[in-house]
Design a protein around this ligand. Structure first.
Ligand SMILES: Nc1ncnc2c1ncn2[C@@H]1O[C@H](COP(=O)(O)OP(=O)(O)O)[C@@H](O)[C@H]1O
Ligand SMILES: N[C@@H](CC(=O)OP(=O)(O)O)C(=O)O
Length: 481
């Protein structure tokens, strides 16, 4: 097992693509024989700020000091949530950690209401670790037998958490009763079939967001704040049918905008939307946007409605200089560009969904990463450009289990189209390449193993790849021309 280290510089502006673009060129002396070697290691990606220009005035919201409120607060409450003459103007997304209990939901409600001039769309994730628990319950159901489904610990935990939350918030239990019953039935179905397909997995995890949003909307209504719950897959979140990792399709933007806008105009109520979920355009089945996908739901809504700001509320003071679980003294990064944030997320910074910057960038809508446990912290403001004049190093990201592929061939020398052929194979196989380094006789690539799990490398007629063992992240033994 080898370890790969990579220095990655962050693009800051001037490019239209958010596709992974980290690259470094290396000249390396490698043995003069044909071989492919793969290794699983860890890639230390140092995101380096390189661009030294900044267009001033681009920030729609300023954040200059440590204790500055990020939203304009007006002492005169002139624009309540019920004012239909005013459009929805921002998204506030709260992740699982922010809505993990009744107490947290109350705090989130208070937080939303502490900005009376805002007319937000609220996006929620599932409560706490519900998504993980649902997945584990599903795995257990496959082999535990129908009669034992009700004994699955994770199922009991999910039920207990949601029922307790409903009780503590004083809302009607019936708001989630149907979902809890259906969840039982679904797990029994999985137990009967002894099978958990990706499609079923997505339907299974959707219960988390469906329940958290229903509870929260009911609570807001109970305290006199008019709110309306939406399942994203019912309001136009159209995706590819790539279960567990679906992409948002363009048709989503007008559909979601129309539905949310029309409802707001006819009967204003704070929209409470399920994060993470969509509807496959062919199958019409529930899809998910990849783990952490609620961030993408939020930025999609931001772009669809052309909102002023997208806020993602986390359990940390913004995007930090390093994963706080690795280095406890990591500090918040006050400003980032969309490209920097996308690159950090892509290379493993858990704080944002890798695709979530795309809609924000396309709509040029600032994204603010805030701490729901510490709302006064300024957080991180992500915009198209920023002042890079003093920037040296932005953030350090560690990505584990990177698969490295070395392609060595003297046939490359003086030839044209070699790289094109290599990359066309990855394209055909739907495998994304993270980092590329080339010399005259070699290409080194890192591949994200999570993209490889379900794909088999097939023999290519034009390029004759012979796979000696299945391409799995940890055990590729070799590929020869
Ligand atoms: N560079 C980073 N900056 C901030 N948080 C990070 C970073 N890298 C990893 N994390 C982790 O991401 C977590 C926040 O993301 P997440 O758990 O998705 O929040 P939520 O569930 O509220 O959306 C933090 O608790 C932190 O442990
Ligand atoms: N609940 C989903 C989606 C999500 O975005 O969650 P969070 O915001 O808690 O990372 C997940 O756990 O992946």
């Amino acid at each position: 097992m080898a370890t790969a280290m990579h220095l990655t510089s962050v693009k800051t502006s001037g490019s239209d693509s958010l596709a992974p673009r980290s690259s470094s060129r290396q000249r390396c002396v490698l043995p003069q024989r044909l071989h492919f070697a793969t290794s699983v290691g860890s890639s230390l990606s140092l995101s380096r700020s390189v661009k030294k220009s900044c267009r001033s005035g681009v920030f729609k919201v300023c954040c200059t000091g440590a204790n500055v409120d990020v939203l304009e607060k007006s002492s005169a409450v002139t624009q309540g949530f019920g004012d239909s003459e005013n459009q929805l103007n921002c998204v506030m997304k709260f992740g699982g950690s922010s809505v993990a209990s009744a107490e947290r939901m109350r705090e989130v409600a208070d937080l939303i209401l502490s900005f009376p001039n805002e007319r937000p769309v609220i996006v929620l994730s599932a409560m706490g670790k519900t998504t993980n628990n649902l997945l584990q319950a599903g795995e257990k159901a496959v082999s535990c037998g129908v009669t034992n489904v009700s004994c699955i610990d994770e199922l009991s935990f999910i039920k207990e958490l949601h029922l307790r939350t409903v009780k503590e918030l004083g809302v009607d239990e019936s708001i989630i009763a149907t979902h809890l019953e259906e969840l039982d039935q679904l797990l029994k179905g999985i137990a009967m079939m002894k099978e958990l397909t990706l499609r079923t997995r997505d339907y299974l995890v959707s219960f988390g967001e469906c329940m958290s949003t229903r509870i929260f909307a009911a609570y807001l209504n109970k305290i006199g704040v008019k709110a309306r719950q939406y399942d994203a897959f019912e309001i136009g979140f159209i995706t590819t049918d790539d279960f567990t990792n679906a992409d948002i399709l363009e048709a989503t933007y007008p559909a979601v905008a129309k539905r949310l806008h029309d409802d707001w105009i006819t009967d204003p109520a704070i929209p409470i939307v399920t994060g993470y979920l969509g509807k496959g355009w062919r199958t019409c089945a529930v899809t998910t946007l990849g783990r952490g996908g609620s961030d993408l739901t939020a930025t999609t809504i931001g772009k669809a409605l052309g909102l002023r700001e997208i806020q993602v509320w986390k359990d940390v003071d913004g995007v930090l200089t390093c994963d706080p679980n690795i280095y406890t003294r990591a500090e918040p990064v006050p400003y980032l560009t969309f490209d920097e944030a996308a690159e950090l997320a892509y290379f493993g910074a858990q704080v944002l969904h890798p695709q979530s910057m795309r809609p924000a960038r396309e709509g040029d809508i600032p994204v603010r990463v805030k701490n729901s446990y510490n709302p006064n912290a300024p957080g991180t403001l992500i915009t198209r450009t920023r002042d890079m004049s003093k920037a040296v190093l932005t953030s350090i990201v560690l990505k584990r289990n990177v698969t490295m592929l070395d392609i060595v061939s003297t046939r490359m020398l003086g030839q044209f189209g070699f790289l094109a052929k290599v990359f066309s194979i990855f394209e055909d196989l739907g495998i994304s390449v993270d980092v590329v380094a080339t010399s005259e006789v070699s290409i080194s690539l890192t591949l994200d193993p999570s993209k490889l799990w379900s794909r088999e490398l097939i023999q290519q007629a034009t390029f004759t790849l012979v796979v000696l063992s299945p391409i799995l992240p940890s055990n590729v033994t070799g590929i020869f021309f």
